[in-house]
Design a protein around this ligand. Structure first.
Ligand code: FEO
Length: 490
């Protein structure tokens, strides 16, 4: 099946209504997905991306109903991940010498996955173009880490279509192809879920890349993503959304998540949420049990929040494993400008709250004192939890509050808040990278360039200031250039 996109461009992709998990089991899909491949027929015939390897047979069958495969002049691979380049092996078995246009990093990934170094690879860089006849060209724009180091976008002149691959996409399946044809609330929910769970760590790169693309002053009539819909109605809307989301996005929202062995930590969560609402009815509060609810929805809510409260029962003097796993994900997503606090019920020691507090601090959250409650919270303890919620709401308020008399002012109740010391690692980091620190940190992988040490493996001697580090320098861990580094102490 094909769908007409514009002029001589057709969608030749694959819908996947039944998929539920992506990246192993890490990303739960609630609305399926699609693998969008596009066929351009000008004087030259070009295939942009393929589909997931599980659909290779179906993909070729569909394509052959539309064209003779031997008429394909060029294949453009915007991204080597198997959901886009997966059908390459089956396709190139049929048309083995067809030129493939991709980034240098993509060759490494494609060969690594398919083990065919003999394929006819043609490396492209930002600004390179390919003439496809009828006065039209394909212009390539590298977009590293959106979503892998190899990623790029391809722009079709004349039709003004940007084939953006993962960027601006969403895991969303619908029989309609265009953004103006589908349920708008569903669409934007899936866009945000995709951005928050996958692209958040690369927000600095998102802003830089969008500014770079805009600086070319190219008209954009459509953005043809590689997952979900094609943006044809006001495509700028998703660019504007990305700029908003990449800029340390937050709403007046607090997310509470926890795991609870005996329902006691859950009781605390409910009372804290009530306390927040007492003081600031305008703030949105959402409460989740990480053991029972959709992890990716919780992460999307964290992305939208100004602050989070994380609870766990203490088990063997540590937090419950699902909370630990969630904190590991949150650390990797590198949220910025958010606040956080820990809470939890315990029996004979309360190590979970201390550990959560440390982990949140290390992950870059501005932390408030934690709250512990021994055994099952009784009436007084529940009032203290509610008072803790009120304190947090006041402390995190984004606007003036008209605060009524509160439980917190009850003379009989002393909040159980525990002033948990800031983690030693965080203190050490702050001392090592104080105001006069000259270190630079990679915003993608957190590798730190210390001028005192330099990077001898790339010929950068100890004592070399960042401004003197040559432009060819690459981050030793993620291979990206100087432009993804920022001052460590900023
Ligand atoms: Fe849709 Fe990064 O693959």
């Amino acid at each position: 099946m094909t769908i007409h996109v514009k002029n001589n461009v057709h969608w030749v992709g694959q819908r996947d209504w039944e998929i539920q998990e992506f990246h192993g089991t890490e990303f739960k899909m609630t609305k399926g997905t699609s693998y969008n491949s596009y066929l351009i027929r000008e004087e030259k015939t070009v295939l942009i991306d393929t589909v997931d390897h599980r659909f290779s047979y179906q993909f070729l069958q569909n394509l052959e109903m539309e064209i003779d495969l031997n008429t394909i002049d060029y294949i453009v691979i915007n991204h080597a991940e198997e959901d886009h380049a997966g059908a390459l092996a089956a396709l190139l078995e049929r048309i083995p010498n067809t030129p493939i246009y991709c980034t240098e990093a993509a060759i490494d990934s494609i060969v690594g996955h398919h083990h065919h170094p003999e394929w006819n690879f043609n490396t492209v860089k930002t600004g390179d173009s390919l003439d496809i006849g009828n006065g039209k060209q394909l212009v390539f724009v590298e977009s590293p880490m959106l979503h892998w180091p190899d990623s790029m976008m391809t722009y079709l002149t004349g039709d003004a279509i940007l084939f953006s691959n993962d960027a601006f996409g969403q895991h969303y399946c619908d029989e309609h192809l265009f953004n103006d044809e589908v349920d708008q609330a569903e669409l934007m929910e899936q866009c945000l879920r995709y951005y928050s769970n996958i692209l958040t760590p690369f927000s600095n790169l998102v802003i830089a890349k969008i500014k770079e693309v805009l600086s070319f002053n190219l008209p954009v009539d459509m953005i043809a993503t590689s997952h979900g819909i094609v943006w044809r109605d006001n495509p700028v809307q998703i660019i504007e959304k990305y700029l908003q989301w990449a800029d340390d996005y937050q709403e007046d929202r607090i997310t509470i998540f926890y795991d609870s062995m005996s329902n006691n930590t859950r009781m605390m969560a409910d009372a804290i949420a009530q306390g927040i609402h007492d003081v600031d009815p305008g703030v949105a509060v959402k409460v989740f049990n990480v053991a029972r609810q959709d992890k990716n929805e919780i992460l999307a809510q964290v992305f939208r929040s100004k602050g989070i409260l994380v609870g766990s029962s203490t088990m063997n003097n540590v937090m419950m494993p699902k909370v630990a796993g969630m904190l590991e994900e949150i650390t990797g997503l590198r949220f910025k400008q958010k606040k956080a606090g820990a809470f939890g019920s315990y029996g004979w020691n309360g190590g979970a709250v201390d550990r959560i507090h440390s982990r949140l601090t290390d992950a870059g959250f501005e932390t408030v004192a934690g709250l512990k409650s021994k055994w099952r919270p009784d009436g007084k303890a529940m009032r203290i939890c509610r008072a803790h919620g009120q304190q947090v709401a006041k402390q995190w308020a984004l606007h003036e509050l008209n605060v009524p008399p509160m439980i917190i002012e009850d003379a009989d109740v002393q909040p159980l808040s525990v002033a948990v010391p800031v983690a030693k690692t965080a203190v050490a980091t702050q001392e090592a990278h104080g105001d006069d620190c000259q270190c630079m940190i990679c915003t993608v992988c957190n590798w730190v360039y210390d001028p005192a040490i330099g990077e001898p493996n790339q010929g950068v001697e100890p004592g070399t200031t960042w401004s003197d580090v040559p432009d060819y320098f690459l981050c030793p861990d993620c291979n990206l250039g100087k432009d993804v580094f920022v001052a460590h102490n900023r």
